[in-house]
Design a protein around this ligand. Structure first.
Ligand SMILES: Cc1cc2nc3c(=O)[nH]c(=O)nc-3n(C[C@H](O)[C@H](O)[C@H](O)COP(=O)(O)OP(=O)(O)OC[C@H]3O[C@@H](n4cnc5c(N)ncnc54)[C@H](O)[C@@H]3O)c2cc1C
Length: 373
């Protein structure tokens, strides 16, 4: 049986789900996912922070342009708030003050960040060792994102608009038939005018199936260990990030998510937490905090996928009309998803980017895969 549609989106993580939902208002959309559970890969493995303290030619504008959506989503999008306040504290030794200053000078705009005195750092995050946290910069405007709630909400919008989600349907073959694509997904065929490649770590592989030259995407593994908080009431603590990005920890449901911010290149796969990476994270955690180190309650790893220039990609392939890339979200694919999905949906429909996104300096040219050819 062949399912006919206008747009076939490959990959039902946050990127594919959000763009499919928006496109379904104007086009017949089929969203195809290889796993039985959408969100099984990177989307379900993030640490779910939104912070404007990120640097990137398009990552920053997309982040700033996404804030309003998280704060005030459309009324029928979700039945509870998508976010909860979570400040982000970047800390270091006195001799790292210049590093901190340089990092934050590169960020725009001034999002209310401020220097903290040592005593204030101790009050906000009492486990930080005083000699490791002599100076700190606080971004008070961050928040935790309820990723599952957002992801499920996008899938609901898709269904309400008449779009289809095919799960457990790996795309194994893609053929060009005249002006249309024929996509073999599990035991079904999907015929479409446009393919949106939102396959995360598999982005280049899906392109190859369609005869499209890869972009040189690089999936990089990042590991997280969940640690007991040893009696501390951690819920109001900020996320704490070491000045040179050697370690971070973030409160989560009364526990702490700890990562050595590793980024080990990996082929696309079902990533797992390597024992050595976990050991490294615990060692660094012990260096900066006084929390007694015990066995983690749980560990996981996920793949953050980067284009060669580290910026997200959204646009039609310059050599293959009908093949649209939506990849390379790296470590900010959740917090940029509302603005990136709106950008991608406009570009798929051949429309200009919405004015509010342009006002934030989101640029079709800067997102285009043509910049990488
Ligand atoms: C440890 C960690 C911490 C992170 N923390 C944050 C954070 O705090 N804030 C933030 O904004 N971002 C964070 N990120 C990054 C964020 O999670 C990603 O940028 C985002 O989830 C990418 O979404 P995606 O939809 O592109 O990828 P995915 O969620 O991986 O979705 C791609 C989908 O494509 C499917 N697929 C692939 N090939 C095929 C095929 N042939 N056929 C059918 N389906 C296919 C896959 O099964 C997968 O479901 C973090 C990531 C990690 C790993």
């Amino acid at each position: 049986m062949t399912i006919d549609c206008d747009v076939c989106v490959v990959g039902a993580g946050i990127a594919g789900a959000s763009v499919a939902a928006l496109l379904a208002a104007d086009r017949k959309v089929v969203l195809v996912e290889q796993e039985p559970h959408p969100g099984y890969h990177t989307t379900g493995r993030s640490v779910a922070i939104f912070t404007e303290a990120v640097a990137g030619a398009q990552v920053t504008p997309l982040t700033l342009a996404s804030r309003a959506f998280f704060e005030s989503p459309p009324q029928d999008f979700a039945d509870r708030p998508l976010i909860r306040r979570r400040a982000v504290l970047t800390f270091g030794r006195e001799d790292q003050r210049a590093t901190l200053e340089a990092q934050f000078a590169a960020l725009s705009p001034d999002h209310g960040r401020r220097w903290l005195a040592a005593e204030e750092i101790r009050t906000l995050a009492p486990i930080l060792r005083p000699e490791q946290a002599e100076v700190g910069l606080l971004d008070p405007g961050g928040f935790d994102i309820d990723v599952d709630l957002s992801h499920q909400a996008w899938l609901r919008v898709l269904r309400r608009a008449g779009g289809d989600l095919l799960i457990a349907s790996p795309v194994q073959a893609i053929e060009r038939a005249g002006e249309r694509w024929r996509v073999r997904a599990g035991d079904r065929d999907v015929a479409a005018t446009v393919i949106v490649d939102a396959a995360g770590a598999w982005g280049d592989e899906v392109a190859r199936l369609a005869g499209v030259a890869p972009l040189g995407l690089e999936p990089r593994r990042r590991t997280v260990a969940v640690m007991a908080a040893d009696g501390y009431a951690v819920d109001a603590w900020p996320m704490c990030v070491e000045a040179e990005h050697s370690i971070y920890f973030k409160p989560d449901a009364g526990r702490l998510l700890v990562s050595a911010m590793d980024q080990t290149p990996s082929p696309p796969c079902d990533a797992w937490a390597d024992d050595m990476d976990v050991a490294e994270a615990l060692d660094r955690f012990e260096t900066v905090t006084s929390l007694p180190i015990r066995k983690p309650l749980r560990t996981w790893a996920g793949l953050r996928t980067f284009a060669p220039d580290g910026e997200p990609v959204a646009g039609f392939d310059p050599d293959q009309p009908g093949f649209f890339w939506l990849v390379g979200q790296g470590g900010a694919g959740i917090q940029t998803s509302p603005a990136l999905a709106r950008s991608a949906a406009s570009l798929v429909l051949g429309r200009p980017l919405p004015a509010d996104l342009v006002g934030h300096d989101v640029s079709a040219q800067a997102l285009s895969p043509a910049r990488l050819r």
